[in-house]
Design a protein around this ligand. Structure first.
Ligand code: GLN
Length: 283
């Protein structure tokens, strides 16, 4: 096993920043052994099937396929989520959106919360995990993505998230108009042709989860302009965006009538989440 691991590591050199760690993850995934078992038993030989599986995974990784898709899982907010090529791989910086949304959720006893464009369900399920009595609505225009999100909610034993298929607010029934207290979204916000799309895991991820028109702002335009019709008075809208998009998002929120607009930076110090509140009820 030690020699196989070393061979895998060698093949990953120059293909990834973490060849040792990734070779171990893939060996663990193909053998069913823990990292500790692998390290402690270098002379143990693997079955033919596990060896072939490992070699196949290393081939795919050398070809650039994301480690999360190869293992079918990614951790987010301490939740082990199933992921497939139908969903964006949850990013650590999106935990900032969860943190900020939880702070706003605490303003209500039992808020109604919507996560638009849920993908794997990462944001909705993290929110649900932290606040079980809440009603959480998660939408996506992709049926395949919703299949993964539903699977994640079942695996995690979370049963207070409702899933609806459709593009942004089209997924919601008319009964929800003016009924949602908080909308959180990590929509696509990369612009067409952005060189970033050719790097790392991005070439393998669903285009519609990443790209939003020529300027990367199309989804923000729709979500921000329509959100006031779905939110209650004093309701909050929280959006993840690219580091250079904060000013655009702020202006769109101002135009839509949001107040208290505030931006928040991720652990790298980059502005990544902007939130705003609708005015309180009249009178
Ligand atoms: N944060 C992602 C990236 O730039 C994009 C995710 C998104 O468009 N919502 O890699």
């Amino acid at each position: 096993m030690g020699a196989l691991l070393e061979e895998g590591r060698q093949r990953l050199l120059g293909k990834t920043d973490q060849p040792s760690q990734e070779a171990q993850i893939l060996l663990s995934h193909s053998s069913g052994l823990t990292h500790a078992q692998i390290i402690a038993n270098p002379d143990h030989s693997l079955s033919e099937k596990s060896t072939a599986d490992f070699t196949g995974l290393i081939d795919r990784r050398v070809n650039g396929e994301p480690i999360a898709y190869l293992c079918g899982a990614r951790e987010f907010w301490s939740l082990k989520l199933t992921v497939s090529k139908d969903v964006l791989i949850p990013r650590p910086e999106t935990e900032l959106l969860v943190e900020r949304t939880l702070i706003r959720m605490a303003l209500w006893e039992s808020p109604v919360v919507a996560d638009l464009g849920t993908g794997s369900g990462a944001v909705a399920l993290a929110l649900a995990k932290e606040s079980p009595p809440t009603r959480i609505i998660a939408t996506d225009r992709s049926d395949d993505a919703l299949g993964i999100a539903r699977q994640n909610s079942q695996q995690l034993g979370i049963n207070n998230v409702e899933f609806y298929c459709g593009r942004w607010f089209d997924a919601l029934g008319p009964k929800l108009k003016s009924r949602i207290n908080i909308i959180a979204s990590n929509p696509p916000y990369v612009m067409e042709g952005d060189p970033h799309l050719l790097q790392g895991d991005l070439p393998w991820e669903p285009r519609q989860a990443l790209i939003s028109g020529r300027d990367g702002l199309a989804a923000f335009g729709t979500i921000i302009s329509e959100a006031p019709r779905w939110l209650t008075p004093s309701g909050w809208l929280l959006l993840e965006h690219g580091p250079a998009q904060q000013d655009h998002v702020r202006v769109l929120m101002e135009e839509a009538g949001f107040l208290e607009i505030t931006g928040h930076s991720d652990l790298a110090g980059l502005p990544r989440v902007t939130e705003g509140q609708l005015p309180p009820p009249c009178g």
